[in-house]
Each structure stands twice: as structure tokens, then as C-alpha cells.
Design a protein around this ligand. Structure first.
Ligand SMILES: Nc1ncnc2c1ncn2[C@@H]1O[C@H](COP(=O)(O)OP(=O)(O)OP(=O)(O)O)[C@@H](O)[C@H]1O
Ligand SMILES: [Mg+2]
Length: 253
């Protein structure tokens, strides 16, 4: 598989031909703090801009706030202070009815896949669209496209119990892709996978990025982050301590 071309963190300069240069970043956090009800300060003074088309690794030790930052983006949690914007919309101020629509524009991938155990690969992917009321004639081609991107067309009728870890995660990525989201947000997607399979999943995310989807991936995988020389945002104790393009990953997390 071919690596996606390197892009600048500003997006416009390095964007693929034909891609619209975005004046408004796809994701923006301004002066964000998050204190959980138990008093735990999970994020503090976080400023982050992610332009459309970027590929960003979010790194940091356990407890640094990576999952919290992701939860704020999908409005699973609300910030205690500051503003969170997705595609120009203030996520905090969305009306209740607008939240599902916003979430459909984000494809989310977790470490533990979260597949429906009694549904096949294709049914798991289709279900994500069916719950939104999409019609069969829309669902079928969308599922085929997503399965083709992740390379699971041949496994389409297998159940999750009949899949390898890598195939489970590729199913979850297909499910995230089926809405044609603006961004794929992956929280430790390789956390349960061996190094070779992890590498294949990262290659797949890079290819998806190359096809035009922004990718934000939280990871502990130092080896991959160093090798790929992509934008790396590092959190420590809730603060962004580094935001570099192609920066090496200095600490063992
Ligand atoms: N719902 C919650 N209530 C209280 N504290 C929480 C909650 N969720 C997370 N925390 C705390 O907030 C801090 C940040 O947690 P978070 O899950 O964001 O870290 P992380 O960087 O994703 O860690 P890991 O690499 O282990 O997944 C931790 O100290 C954690 O204990
Ligand atoms: Mg986490």
C-alpha cells in the first residue's frame, strides 16, 4: 500500500488537487478545560486546530486526556470552559436534535470495535445507515463501497466471531466510513492488535486520509508515530505539550 503524501498542518498548501482549501478548520478547540464531576482536571488550556484533510496523531501517556478530548469532539462530554467547533458549528451550543446529524459526519472507531455480535460484517456496516432511516437502495451501494475500501468484500457474510482482530477493526472502520464522514476519529484503534496488524490498520487509515477524509488517531504506538512523520499532538496531564509536523515521538508511553 502506498503512503499518503505529506500535508502541511495548515492544510491548504499540501492539500490534494481538487480538494477545497478550508478557511475554517474542520475541528477547533479554543482554551478548552474539562473538569469531571469528581474534580479530576482532564484537560486544561487546550487550543487545537485541525484543517480538513489533515492526518493527526494524538499521543500522550495514560490519563493524559486523549479520550476526553475525543469525547468533547463527539459531544459525549461537554467542556467545563472554552469552545469546541466542528465544521464551523459550536458543538456545545448545538440543539439536542442537531447532535445526531453532527455525529453522522464523524466516523468513530474504538479499540474494542463495538460490533453487533449477531450481525455479519455487511449487516454491521449497513445497520449504521439503517438506523438513520436510509433506504435500501442507498444502503447497499454505500456498504459495498465501504467494504471495498477496507478490503472486506470477501468476508461480508461472516460474523464477528469468525474474524481476526484486524478484520474486526476493518469492519469497524467500514462502519465509520459508511456515512462518508468528514473525519474519522480513532481512539487507540490498534490497542488490541499485534504490531503487523496494527501497521495494516494505520496504512488503511492513511489511505482513507488520501481519499480525502480527515483522520485523528489517538495512539500509544510510538514506533508507528515516529516512522510516519505526520502531525503529532502530544498531551501531558491535560495540556498540549507538543504539536509538530513530522516530529519524532520522544517518550516511551
Ligand atoms: N468520566 C470520568 N470521570 C472522572 N474522571 C475521568 C472520567 N473519564 C476520565 N477521567 C479522568 O480524566 C483523566 C484523563 O482521562 P482520559 O481517559 O481522557 O485519558 P487518556 O489519555 O485517554 O488515557 P488512556 O491512554 O489510558 O486511554 C484521567 O485522569 C481519568 O482518570
Ligand atoms: Mg483513552
Amino acid at each position: 500500500m502506498i503512503l499518503a503524501p505529506q500535508r502541511s498542518p495548515e492544510g491548504a498548501g499540501g492539500a490534494a488537487p481538487g480538494r477545497r482549501a478550508e478557511a475554517v478548520p474542520l475541528i477547533a478547540l479554543h482554551d478548552v478545560a474539562k473538569v469531571y464531576p469528581n474534580g479530576r482536571q482532564a484537560l486544561i488550556d487546550v487550543d487545537l486546530l485541525i484543517p480538513e484533510g489533515d492526518f493527526v496523531f494524538l499521543v500522550g501517556p495514560s490519563g493524559a486526556g486523549k479520550s476526553t478530548l475525543i469525547k468533547l469532539l463527539i459531544r459525549d462530554e461537554l467542556p467545563t470552559r472554552g469552545a469546541v467547533f466542528f465544521d464551523g458549528r459550536d458543538v456545545v451550543r448545538l440543539r439536542r436534535g442537531e447532535v445526531p446529524r453532527m455525529r453522522r459526519r464523524i466516523g468513530i472507531v474504538f479499540q474494542d470495535y463495538k460490533l453487533l455480535p449477531r450481525k455479519s460484517v455487511a449487516e454491521n456496516v449497513a445497520f449504521a445507515l439503517e438506523v438513520t432511516g436510509a433506504l435500501g437502495r442507498v444502503v447497499r451501494p454505500a456498504v459495498e463501497r465501504a467494504l471495498a475500501i477496507v478490503g472486506l468484500t470477501a468476508q461480508r457474510d461472516q460474523l464477528p466471531t469468525q474474524l481476526s482482530g484486524g478484520e474486526l477493526q476493518r469492519t469497524a472502520i467500514a462502519r465509520a466510513l459508511v456515512h462518508e464522514p468528514k473525519v474519522i476519529i480513532a481512539d487507540e484503534p490498534t490497542g488490541n492488535l499485534d504490531p503487523l496488524t496494527s501497521w495494516e490498520i494505520i496504512q488503511l487509515l492513511l489511505r482513507i486520509n488520501d481519499l480525502g477524509t480527515t483522520v485523528l488517531m489517538a495512539t500509544h504506538n510510538a514506533e508507528v508515530v515516529t516512522a510516519l512523520r505526520r502531525r503529532v499532538v502530544a498531551l501531558e496531564e491535560g495540556r498540549v505539550v507538543r504539536d509538530e509536523l513530522g516530529g519524532a515521538y520522544h517518550r516511551e508511553y
